[in-house]
Write a protein that binds this ligand. Sequence first.
Ligand SMILES: [Zn+2]
Length: 391
Amino acid sequence: MIFLHGAMTTPTRTDPELDLMRAVRAAVGPDMPIMLALDLHANLSPEIVETCSALFGYHFSPHVDMAQTGERAARCIVRMARGEVRPVTRLAKVPVVLPSIFTATAMPPLSDIVEAGFAWERSESSVIDVSVFCGFAYADVPQIGFSVAVVTDGDEELAERVCEDLSARIWDQRQALLHRDLVYSVEDGIARARELNADAKKPVVLLEHADRMNDSTWVLRALVEGERAGRVAVPYLWDPNAADEAMAAGVGATVTLDVGGHSSDRAGGPVSLTGKVIYCGHKSYVGTGPMRSGQVIDLGPTAVIDADGIVVWVTERSLSAIDDDPFKQFGFDPADFDIIVLRSKTHFRAVYEKLAAEILIVDTPDWGPAELTTLPFKNVRDGVFPITDGA
Ligand SMILES: [Zn+2]
């Protein structure tokens, strides 16, 4: 049994996990059973099936079935060892790739496709296991994107048929899977949030999801430079220098700082922020949110600056705000804000779907955008929607 993520890439190898599996197979010989379990976001090369007896992926994102995936693989190897089954695996590559934010398996039509895989398992007793891999869009590799893996008991033709059925569903639904209708520009997202603020009793979340380093400033800049209205929270912006400067100035001081936007030339650049330091200190606490319950969270030197109603937490360490601890642990209440700017992909939903009037997905030019065509891919094979085939 081997557990890999499946989307690793390095500057010199586009599929190091395939290289690893080939080395393992060479070491143990052709007859040793090997079960391979993988993340739903694996970018699989077709050759991976030649290195293992069967392969299995998480069915869901968020990944709530990690343990069950190992169990599926373990059951298969036990049945194989007892001579009850003779697993054959087919892997189909589907030339479609989704931004991470739309690989949430509860969202239709992806939920329907995952369900169609379960339906095959129920209706055909020879189908041992079906996995739909969404792939990882931010790895520039030839094998990027969806794969369907089907394990049957000795029935190659059936495995092929299930692969074809699910592949066709993914291809046919490719435009709907991309959810372009759910993505706002920065300007439209802020305008929509202001509209919602007029009636909403709860804050509106602006999700700057393309940020991968917790320091993107596209939304903050637009808010700082735009017309001020209501109170805005920008929790956990990564900027050690700004945190140190605010610490040196101390609580109550008015400071002008360049904050955020340092991680790359796509992060939006630093924003000049003038405001009052309302908290500073070396901050650590025990997490209370569902994903971080009981974990010691150490933000390092941290300052909270109130710039005319735009409240920004600058931290020495990079950590995504995914629960209400940024408020609770600093003596704030999220309900006192009209807009909350977050950078998470899916984990924040456990808390903010209840806490927010609405979650608006805002696309920016940072390294994890919904609009994949804005990224400089070099290695992606021809015909992959929407990167090398936009139709
Ligand atoms: Zn994953």
